[in-house]
Design a protein around this ligand. Sequence first.
Ligand SMILES: Nc1ncnc2c1ncn2[C@@H]1O[C@H](COP(=O)(O)OP(=O)(O)OP(=O)(O)O)[C@@H](O)[C@H]1O
Length: 268
Amino acid sequence: MSGLLIDNISMRFDLPNGGSVQALKNVTLDIKSGELLSVLGPSGCGKTTLLNIVAGFLAPTEGQVVVNDHAVKGPGPERGMVFQQGALFEWMTVRENVSFGPDMKKMPRIKSVKIVDRLLEVVGLQDFKDKAVYELSGGMQQRVALARCLANEPDVILMDEPLGALDALTREKMQSLVLDLWKETGKTIILITHSVEEALLLGERLLVMAPRPGRIHKEYRLPFAEMGVGADLRAVKKHPDYAKTREEILAMIWEMEEEIMGRTEESA
Ligand SMILES: Nc1ncnc2c1ncn2[C@@H]1O[C@H](COP(=O)(O)OP(=O)(O)OP(=O)(O)O)[C@@H](O)[C@H]1O
């Protein structure tokens, strides 16, 4: 079966002072192929740790991640990552960046040019192919990062705050782009965000995580991602359930943060 299983993952970091941090405890999640999952939670609840384990950058202390029936042992081409800052090759052109994966795979030039052209069109950068990365705005750089990730033909795209560094307007445009790409490519996407609005708009399934130890606190199934494909996201936000769910999640996270602050003050 294709898809992704996070099977009873726990992660403990040993600290130099002899102590340890339980970053995740018994996290289990079955993600179907083509699902768009957003993950939200207060700072320190283990979002990035979870994503890094799925990416294969970190090995969990317990449990395993299974992708397309294979246990994850490290990074692999079936899982692509998009970071907050594009992590692009600054000295290369847009085309060279997107073409990097296919070139490494020694894909015939004629085929890679076709793929890269198509992807740059999808992300709206067809007129910027030969520009150097440093000549582009932040939003454009994230478009390149998305296209570069897609050029490797991953089954799963892992996004760690991919739009966090963008201004509000660009961010909104990019949210639409992520939804359109999701629909068009049918990829499985896991997106971590600090923004409740973004998690609501982009998660057909939304997880709220809680800290200490990091765990799944609540899960929602939401209609807004489906509604937002090819539509005006501001219209989606006017849906009465959107405001209601937003308030509920904000209160939930607020309460968790208060509790963390309380605990921090007690231990000070
Ligand atoms: N390499 C590490 N060594 C020790 N502790 C770590 C390490 N990486 C993460 N942690 C701890 O694990 C916990 C979870 O961290 P993580 O970065 O995954 O949380 P997060 O939810 O992504 O936070 P944020 O929203 O602030 O990015 C935190 O308490 C963090 O301090």
